[in-house]
Design a protein around this ligand. Structure first.
Ligand SMILES: [Cu+2]
Length: 168
């Protein structure tokens, strides 16, 4: 799925294609700037883990590939449909053999590179959510350049989520 828009007031709504259980969900976004030819080009895929019964915390794992020539800064993520839900960028560090999560002020996605969130690494911490397999969670990604991207990520089972597929 590709779109070409002007950067002026750019607001793009992209829906991840949802298929069968093993389907790869990918959305590719291109927003061209007529002025200097710099384009926002992002390929994004990901999933969110289901919540345990009675729990309201989860984590989402996104893979963001910057196909443009400008570095991107993901500043914040919101859950537009859930009033009490909070999404925070977290990284995981190892301190004397103990894994600890640390909030990230923003996430840089350098031009031509891919940033992949994984269990035990970078992730999107979610609070105030209850998610079941088969559902999709809408997320709103805000970038430093002012671009806002809305996506839906599929909810995967806890075991399926651990066995994250590899892709090229
Ligand atoms: Cu976390």
């Amino acid at each position: 799925m590709k779109r070409l828009l002007s950067l002026a007031g750019a607001f793009l709504v992209a829906m991840l294609l949802s298929g069968g259980a093993l389907a790869v969900d990918v959305v590719a976004v291109r927003i061209a700037d007529d002025a200097d030819g710099d384009a926002f080009q992002l390929e994004l895929e990901g999933y969110v883990r289901e919540t345990l019964p009675g729990a309201n915390m989860s984590a989402a794992y996104l893979s963001l590939r910057n196909n443009g020539e400008t570095d991107l800064q993901l500043q914040s993520v919101e859950v537009p449909d859930l009033e009490k839900a909070i999404a925070d960028l977290h990284t995981t560090i190892n301190e004397n053999g103990v894994s600890r999560m640390r909030p990230l002020a923003q996430l840089a996605i350098p031009a031509g590179e891919v940033v992949t969130m994984t269990p035990g690494g970078l992730h999107l911490m979610l609070r105030g959510v209850q998610l079941r397999v088969g559902e999709a969670l809408p997320l709103r990604l805000r970038f430093a350049s002012g671009i806002t991207l809305e996506v839906e990520v599929p909810v995967r089972g806890l075991k399926a989520a651990e066995a994250h597929h590899h892709h090229g």
